[in-house]
Design a protein around this ligand. Structure first.
Ligand SMILES: CC(C)(COP(=O)(O)OP(=O)(O)OC[C@H]1O[C@@H](n2cnc3c(N)ncnc32)[C@H](O)[C@@H]1OP(=O)(O)O)[C@@H](O)C(=O)NCCC(=O)NCCS
Length: 132
């Protein structure tokens, strides 16, 4: 699907992080490289953990990341997070990445998604139980 085609799907979850795709983040094809997107997704999930863990946490696993479409320089990139599962110390967040090309335009195309697992940590960097 191209950016101009009708996108019926909508972003799921909360807009946790928004950024602009910059030339310094491009791969050999001139598009944004996957590692840059994964780091933004990780940051977005990290922000989302704050309201659940009420303190420190760390990424313990990244699951099923898919890159669905390339991201062009100049795109606005939004990372949406949704809590899928809360365990004893762990949190599973779905992260979707959507882009738009024009300022103020709604997010129009999903370009990546994945599940980020975080573990709540205590002050000794050991796992701790999540608060109720
Ligand atoms: C997070 C950390 C403290 C957990 O260590 P641990 O005490 O041995 O953890 P456990 O194996 O008991 O797992 C803790 C929780 O994470 C979950 N978990 C651990 N590994 C997982 C994986 N690969 N996928 C999904 N969940 C995982 C467990 O199911 C458990 O969940 P629960 O408490 O909700 O039941 C340790 O793995 C660590 O320090 N990792 C490095 C974290 C880090 O530096 N991240 C930054 C990126 S490099």
């Amino acid at each position: 699907m191209t950016i101009t085609e009708v996108e019926t799907e909508r972003p799921e979850g909360i807009l946790a992080l928004q950024t602009l795709a910059m030339p310094r983040d491009t791969n050999a094809n001139g598009d944004i490289f996957g590692g840059r997107l994964v780091s933004q997704m990780d940051l977005a999930a990290g922000i989302a953990t704050k309201s659940v863990a009420k303190g420190r946490s760390a990424t313990v696993a990244i699951q099923n990341v898919s890159f669905i479409a390339p991201v062009a320089v100049g795109s606005t990139v939004g990372c949406y997070t949704k809590l899928l599962k809360k365990g004893t110390s762990s949190m599973h967040f779905q992260v979707q990445v959507w882009i738009s090309l024009l300022v103020g335009e709604s997010m129009r195309k999903k370009v990546a998604d994945g599940v980020f697992v975080f573990v709540a940590l205590d002050s000794n960097s050991k796992k701790r139980s999540l608060p109720e």
